[in-house]
Design a protein around this ligand. Sequence first.
Ligand code: FAD
Length: 541
Amino acid sequence: MAVNLQEKKSIKNCEILIVGAGFSGVYQLFRLREEGFDVHLVEAGAGLGGIWHWNCYPGARVDTHCQIYQFSRKDLWEGWNWSERFPGWSEMRDYFDYVDEKLELSKDVSLNTRVEAARFDEAQGCWILETDSDTDFEATYIIVCAGFASKPYIPDLPGLEKFSGPAHHTALWPQDGIDFTGKKIGVIGTGASGIQVAQEASKVASELVVFQRTPNMFLPMGQERYSEEDNVKMKSELPAHFEARKESFGGFDFTFDPKSALEVSEAEREETYERLWEAGGFKFWLGVYGDIYTDETANRTAYEFWKKKTRERIDNPKLAEILAPSDPPHPYGVKRPSLEQWFFEIFNQGNVELVNLREERIDRVLPHGIKTIKREFNLDVIALATGFDAVTGGLTSINLIGTDGVPLKEKWSKGVRTHLGLATANFPNMLMSYGPQAPTGFCNGPSSAEYQGECIIDMLKHLRSSGFSKFDVMPEYEEKWRNHIIDIASKTLFPKANSWYMGANIPGKTKEILMYPAGLPSYLEEVKEAASKNYEGFEFS
Ligand code: FAD
């Protein structure tokens, strides 16, 4: 290790530097090591696990069933037992500790090390990365595995800094927790994290105020406890679950029904919806008729079913109209429908209030609470469940400078450009996993880490075996890829929602589809095809 005397920082050299220790980064680490590469991983957080390190708010829980929310390596799953179908954050952390111990990952990991800036040095043919720790890095290749949810978004709420109690974004929750017992809790936002916090707070808070902007079409989780016997049975079935993922749009162990929602009889449709609903998890999202996502009439059948099921659970008809409106705010399922356990019932309790921000926006945060344009709410704690600068935020918050001197943030300010969701022009030798224009947010996290992960590993092996040490993207191919995915998305209902899938939750962000919208199997086919043509769209030297 060399020492940079000027800055008194040491410099570590490696062939491949991975940024981020979630499923994607950890997968890259153990697979690339197995392939004989000299590889190191840096992680901003104090532990492995990616989002499961940061998201320790009350109720934080996985919403993919555990069977496929884990690595598919037999030497890992055969020694691990899950306690629940949808594990909580603490169990996910234990799982990552187990993976670490089993595969001896820590020796190649630098924790508490955030990459702040990076540029490719043409003369040396390597990346130079500056971190906030006492070590900087030089690497021939970098793989950015920063995740789609590593840049929390907090909207401009006047007065927030003057709030006298704790006010935290869910992804920046204090690691030692906050006791909600007997307190007045405000939860801003009703996405996946917001409803998980609200469910927990409703049990112990003296008052809970839920601030909702857009009604979220939550699905019943169908949580189950698993015994040791259940785990034995599960393990006998796991290989089939893993195998099914590569045939599934979302990298799950099930996929869309090829029939049209409109071609079947009403009775059959109702029976299908009932079955999917009862199965819990994402079955009623990714197991429905495929044309739900391309045809508004078909889509409305799913919404009507969801509305009927949801309204049955809410006593007050006025609240039912706010939570599950007569007409959908956007087509069903084109925003991520999180899983809930007892969310709708909390509004039947005396200690819970719902505020419809569409009618009464927040005016300001006061030292003792929140003032809307109509009322004031006294609060002790505020949970900001306000989402993320999703998909691109992790990458653009690193000061990545292109070989043309243009920062990535600037390059993408007028829309994202990548080739195959793997790399972007003028950032040679940089690969991305679970980033923009790949299946990412439409795909189960571990499935993406493994399947897209293998595409990355294949490419690095190709470079090594061909004797190349540098690649870059040909700009015309990133325009082609961009137009291709915009074209696919235009045939779906996804652009009809102001979702983070579309970049529409962040003021000023270009509204565009941020993910590859034709599903994991098609994506893998497209990458395979490019690879078979000598990695068409890339230039090697
Ligand atoms: P992440 O897990 O996000 O890990 C990225 C890591 O990169 C982070 O640890 C971060 O600290 C690190 N990092 C970022 N920038 C830097 C930097 N500059 N320097 C150093 N380190 C950096 N997906 C599902 O499929 N199913 C689920 O049930 C599910 N539940 C979720 C629940 C929550 C609360 C959230 C926020 C997301 C959830 N997701 C879920 C999506 C989730 O992102 C993926 O499942 C999976 O964690 C992705 O893994 P990853 O390694 O790509 O990214």
